[in-house]
Design a protein around this ligand. Structure first.
Ligand SMILES: *Cc1c(COP(=O)(O)O)cnc(C)c1O
Length: 385
């Protein structure tokens, strides 16, 4: 049987138009974008254009977009960059974030404790949403930085970033958001949302792996994370990933153009899948708000299971999906996100994230729903014994 890929939140296939746009920069145009000669200039022109395209897609100035190796580096840079900048200054040494952030964000926040920062991890509701008052209260003691993700990678829930940024600013704190999961389906406008820092990644929007960006609003002071040459306005050393930048820009442009159509299609597929599994599987619950959620995501728990064997059974039957985030799968820890939503360990471990994309067909969604139903039924019989 043909394998069914329902793990678009872990990574997306590379769009063939994006691959075509990248091809010349992996073959003929091989110059170092920093070289002064013709070969370098050809590469540098392409990178410059890519930066403008990415900037335009999110309403930033091109001088505010800094290419990184992906979302992980952008998150590390935003958090550690603010912390490093504070060294030797009288700045407030406190960082506030939420309990459902990506591991790259939480790990970076944890690191700042070595630099003397106090860290605050805010709880979310059972719907996966951070309440404005929760942040408001935590800011009574002030902070250097607040970081709350735009859309969650496990449950797809969307935060009110504009409101949260406003609250952070009213207490003198900077605001960062990890927008990696949101870019595909949500209109991103850095000016309108009022954020200071925003993280992006190309491979979640049908672009290549190994490239992303950090938006740094003009006037925001943050230290560099990776020292070296004068690349990225002397803020991020390392020979520029020319093909990556070109591919990222092509993916970004296409994501914006296709957004409305893809959203309609993907949401219809997901909802159809949900209706099917709900009608076939008793005691099934959806994790996180269904209303404030990116259209590609569905995260469910089938009652009565106690570990992640359902994911492995689905894999054997040709359906690829995730339990928790891909970064923590393989480990036996329950998802920190689902625990934060109030699930117990068994529920968290047995939860499944199905994520749909523009190449998913109705036939695939239907087949996967049926297979999921069979898997749950057979595991429930087994695990009862
Ligand atoms: C995938 C992901 C990242 C990491 O991006 P990489 O480019 O894979 O390093 C960060 N945050 C979220 C929400 C993600 O989904």
């Amino acid at each position: 049987m043909k394998k069914i890929y329902l793990d678009y939140s872990a990574t997306t296939p590379l769009d063939s138009d994006v691959a075509e746009a990248m091809r010349p920069y992996m073959t003929d145009v091989y110059g170092n974008a920093d070289s002064v000669h013709f070969f370098g200039r050809a590469a540098s022109v392409a990178v410059d254009e890519a930066r403008r395209t990415v900037a335009e897609a999110v309403n930033a100035a091109h001088t505010e977009i800094y290419f990184t190796s992906g979302g992980t580096e952008a998150n590390n840079w935003a958090i550690k960059g603010v912390a490093f900048e504070s060294i030797g200054k009288s700045a407030k040494k406190r960082i506030i974030t939420s309990a459902i952030e990506h591991p790259s964000l939480l790990d970076s926040v944890e690191f700042t404790r070595k630099l003397g920062f106090e860290t605050v991890i805010l709880p979310v509701g059972s719907d996966g949403i951070l309440a404005a008052e929760t942040l408001e209260n935590a800011l009574d003691c002030g902070a250097a930085l607040v970081s709350v993700m735009t859309a969650n990678n496990e449950t797809g829930t969307i935060q009110d970033i504009k409101k949260l940024a406003e609250i952070a600013h009213s207490h003198g704190a900077l605001f960062h958001t990890d927008a990696v999961q949101a870019v595909c389906s949500e209109r991103i406008d850095v000016k309108d949302s009022g954020v200071d820092l925003m993280s992006f990644s190309a491979h979640k929007i049908y672009g290549p792996k190994g490239i992303g960006a950090l938006y740094i609003r003009k006037g925001v002071r943050i230290d560099k994370l990776i020292g070296g040459g004068h690349q990225e306005r002397s803020m991020r050393g390392g020979t520029t990933n020319v093909a990556g930048a070109v591919g990222f820009a092509a993916a970004m442009k296409k994501a914006v153009e296709e957004r409305e159509n893809n959203n309609r299609r993907v949401k219809a597929l997901r909802d159809r899948f949900l209706r099917k599994i709900v009608s076939e599987i008793p005691d099934l619950s959806v994790n996180g708000s269904m209303e404030r959620r990116i259209p590609q995501n569905l995260n469910v728990t089938a009652g009565g299971l106690y570990d992640d064997s359902v994911i492995h059974l689905l894999d054997r039957k040709g359906v690829a999906c995730s339990s928790g985030s891909a970064c923590s799968s393989g480990s036996l820890d329950p998802s920190h996100v689902l625990i934060a939503l109030g699930l117990n360990e068994a529920q968290a471990k047995s939860s499944v994230r199905f994520s749909f994309g523009k190449y998913t067909t109705e036939a695939e969604a239907d087949a996967a729903a049926e297979i999921f139903g069979e898997c749950v039924t057979s595991l429930r019989k087994l695990q009862k014994k």
